[in-house]
Design a protein around this ligand. Sequence first.
Ligand SMILES: NC(=O)c1ccc[n+]([C@@H]2O[C@H](COP(=O)([O-])OP(=O)(O)OC[C@H]3O[C@@H](n4cnc5c(N)ncnc54)[C@H](O)[C@@H]3O)[C@@H](O)[C@H]2O)c1
Length: 252
Amino acid sequence: MDIQGKVALITGAGSGIGRATALMLAREGAAVMVADIDPAGGTATVEAIASAGGRAAYVRSDVSTPAGTRAMFAEVERVFGGVDIVYNNAGVSCGDPVWPDVSLERIAEVVAINVMGVMMGTEMAVHAMRKRGGGVIINTASIAADHPSRFEPVYGGTKAAVAMFTRSCAALKESDNVRVNAVSPGMVKTAFQRKTGDGTTPATWLQPAIERTGDNILPPEAIAEAVLDFIRDDTQAGVVRTVTNVTPATGS
Ligand SMILES: NC(=O)c1ccc[n+]([C@@H]2O[C@H](COP(=O)([O-])OP(=O)(O)OC[C@H]3O[C@@H](n4cnc5c(N)ncnc54)[C@H](O)[C@@H]3O)[C@@H](O)[C@H]2O)c1
């Protein structure tokens, strides 16, 4: 798909990987709907795009609920008249206290954001894209989908669900001209590490990975590039692509 002139909706675009992808897509000529639960982050992304001469709008969204998901798609329809590219990227980990001391409420919240958010976002995207004859959906998985973490089985489980869901959507390319793919990042330099800990230091579960990664941590733009590759390459569907500089240890 040619990016110029298309409309993109990106969840979690108020920070990190989502923001880097929003900036890159706007630079390539897409109008971007920045969706995030955090208004400060979301509006900062819109301002960064606007000051670089791009086109963007912000919608406060909670991807973990059906109502939040519907409202987000209604807003992209209202502001930009439809959508061609949807990047289901918003995601969180349980953080501290680590498994098995995490609360049931936190488990429910993480599963709702990471799994239901992606599934509901994909469902809504396919229906919106049918009206335009097709489109591209990208989801964010994680290398945690393939490499067990004793401290974060909930996060790893949600990301494995995203990966299999993405592979299982491959047939939408034939039925609806909608290609669904996923990026599966290794350690990326974003606020994620801080947010999953006590707000200032990384969560316990991330420390082994941070030590292993060292200076090989990826910039968020590396993941954004992989997202743009999926948009441009019309052959890819049902593919989960790992993007990392480091070979993860198993069983950590
Ligand atoms: N940073 C990493 O090392 C890494 C590695 C692998 C995968 N990932 C995945 O990449 C994605 C992006 O993470 P990031 O590193 O950019 O983190 P980040 O914390 O910088 O950004 C996540 C964004 O999602 C938003 N968000 C959280 N809950 C939301 C909700 N219910 N509705 C809408 N928005 C919500 C946050 O406000 C935030 O702006 C996540 O799915 C994460 O699991 C990150």
